[in-house]
Write a protein that binds this ligand. Structure first.
Ligand SMILES: [Zn+2]
Length: 267
């Protein structure tokens, strides 16, 4: 009993004098208390709202680039890749993404993913892209696009975490969820003697786009594309600038006929 009271007073004392490093959210002007627990895996340097934001976007305060902002970069990067498919560093990056596809292990249905660790879910994402036959050049284009859009941002977040998460979010969307449909017979509502009515049931599962899995996917992609970036990013930028100066930039991230976001029922 007395030991319980001791414990309670100890907890009270700790609550009254929290470690000052972690007392308040690190986002300037926020003022909310930082999160105490680590059970959710959220960052304890921030309040709940900003820790959640960091988990989803790779920055505690800056949101993700909208599709309409990043799509012209993706399209320019892809078109450049299609024209320059013979360059050594293009082949290198595309080959490395193919390596990620093949190293991703067996295809895992989206509704089984929550049971896996983030690193395994990251690998499973590559297997999903392989399964859906997403053109690896689209994936390389995403990294180039993120490099360019951050480079052109007047108020960029220049951490590698933000870059990786931004790229991973786009890649994450490219492999669709798991969709299943099945038929269910129900007795005819008017008369049980009439033939039954067939209902089509559909269910979809989508992997969650947040947390450490995005960091792993982003890191994998960065490694695949970094030498291409070192050797050719400036040319890709120049290609986009030239295209922009000629008129309206493309809004679709890829031309029709390129395989992306395959939707296979029952897989
Ligand atoms: Zn905060």
């Amino acid at each position: 009993m007395s030991s319980n009271i001791n414990k309670i007073s100890e907890i009270r004392a700790r609550a009254a004098h929290p470690n000052h490093m972690y007392a308040y959210c690190r986002v300037i002007g926020c003022g909310r208390p930082a999160r105490a627990g680590t059970s959710t895996g959220l960052d304890t340097r921030y309040c709940r709202v900003h820790a959640d934001h960091l988990s989803r976007h790779g920055s505690a305060y800056k949101g993700s680039y909208l599709a309409k902002v990043i799509n012209p970069y993706r399209r320019a990067a892809l078109d450049w890749l299609l024209v320059h498919g013979d360059l050594f560093w293009v082949k290198d990056a595309v080959g490395k993404v193919e390596g990620l596809y093949h190293g991703g292990g067996p295809h895992i249905e989206a509704f089984r993913l929550p049971g896996l660790k983030p690193r395994e879910r990251g690998k499973a994402q590559w297997a999903r892209l392989r399964h859906h036959e997403v053109d690896p050049r689209l994936v390389v284009a995403v990294w180039l696009a993120v490099e360019m859009v951050i480079g052109d941002d007047l108020q960029p977040v220049s951490t590698s975490q933000y870059k990786r998460v931004q790229a991973a979010k786009v890649v994450h969307r490219m492999a669709s969820g798991t969709h299943k449909s099945w038929e269910q017979e129900r007795p005819h509502p008017a008369h049980p003697g009439l033939p039954p009515i067939v209902h089509i049931q559909k269910l979809s599962w989508y992997p969650k786009s947040r947390g450490r899995v995005l960091r792993y996917i982003g890191e994998d992609l960065e490694r695949a594309a970094e030498l291409l970036v070192d050797h050719h990013l400036e040319e890709v930028r120049e290609y986009k600038r030239e295209r922009d100066s000629q008129g309206k930039p493309a809004t679709r991230p890829y031309p029709k006929g390129i395989r992306a976001r395959g939707r296979r029922m029952g897989t």
